[in-house]
Design a protein around this ligand. Structure first.
Ligand SMILES: C[S@@+](CC[C@H](N)C(=O)[O-])C[C@H]1O[C@@H](n2cnc3c(N)ncnc32)[C@H](O)[C@@H]1O
Length: 236
């Protein structure tokens, strides 16, 4: 397997240009260790952004991937996939996950969603809507920025200048409780990712103005509150 290496010059330049949050390629690599990806599987990368996780999986496995996103155009993603030589096996599409989904039932072996699901999946309805599109025995693997412990409206003083209601940051327990309500899945694991600190550090090294804005917030946070929550479930 090709090993992801942030110090590699080409990859580093490419990553700094295309990261949209905590380093999705690093996250995809750790997630990979908990997924049994096999040749010819069909993957949905939901909220793929600039396609970093799509690229990671397409470069490491002979699988077919639908790379679906709302804000990033399929044309821009297609150019990136051509540049990386994975365009034959990856289909970029525009999607709004809150609208009806253009997929057949039981179509995907694996759904991954990195740093995107908290924008649209913080209620019971989203999982109920997505699950029928996953084959029985297939996996749903989501990683979201979250919290080590829920604040429950008690926002720490040092974070108040940065806090916004729509950040949708919750603990592993919060996500597990939400997903346990879905009868069509069985939760395999829900835990903090080992790469949490490194993935955030990679993001803060980006010239992207959003990353530069996050530097003060992450300094105030000081490693005490934020998390990267990983949830993997099997479709029944
Ligand atoms: C912070 S970016 C992360 C992108 C990418 N997964 C990564 O980690 O680099 C969040 C992504 O969620 C996508 N997103 C937000 N709301 C969405 C929705 N309703 N349907 C599909 N994608 C959505 C955005 O288009 C955006 O690319």
């Amino acid at each position: 397997m090709m090993s992801y290496n942030f110090t590699d010059h080409y990859d580093k330049t490419f990553l700094l240009k295309n990261m949209m949050g905590p380093n999705a390629m690093r996250i995809a690599e750790e997630l990979d260790a908990s997924l049994n990806i096999c040749p010819d599987m069909r993957l949905l990368d939901l909220g793929c952004g600039c396609g970093l996780s799509t690229i990671y999986y397409a470069e490491n496995y002979p699988v077919d991937i639908i790379a679906a996103d709302l804000w990033i155009s399929p044309t821009d993603n297609y150019r990136r996939f051509v540049e990386r030589g994975i365009d034959k096996r990856v289909t970029p599409i525009h999607i709004d996950a809150t609208e009806s989904l253009p997929f057949a039932e039981r179509y995907f072996d694996l759904l991954i969603s990195i740093d995107a699901y908290h924008y649209f999946g913080c209620d019971e309805m989203m999982l109920k809507k997505l699950t029928p599109h996953i084959k029985s025995g297939g996996k749903i693997a989501v990683v979201v920025p979250g919290l080590k412990k829920d604040f429950n409206d008690d926002i720490p003083d040092e974070l108040k200048p940065f806090w916004q209601e729509n950040m949708n940051l919750f603990s592993c327990d919060w996500w597990q409780t939400l997903w346990q309500k879905e009868a069509g899945i069985k939760i395999d694991c829900c835990r903090e990712m080992d790469c949490c600190e490194a993935a955030w550090a990679d993001w803060l090294a980006c010239p992207n103005p959003y990353a530069q804005n996050d530097i003060k917030m992450m300094a105030a946070e000081g490693g005490n509150y934020f998390n990267l929550v990983m949830i993997i479930a099997t479709a029944l």
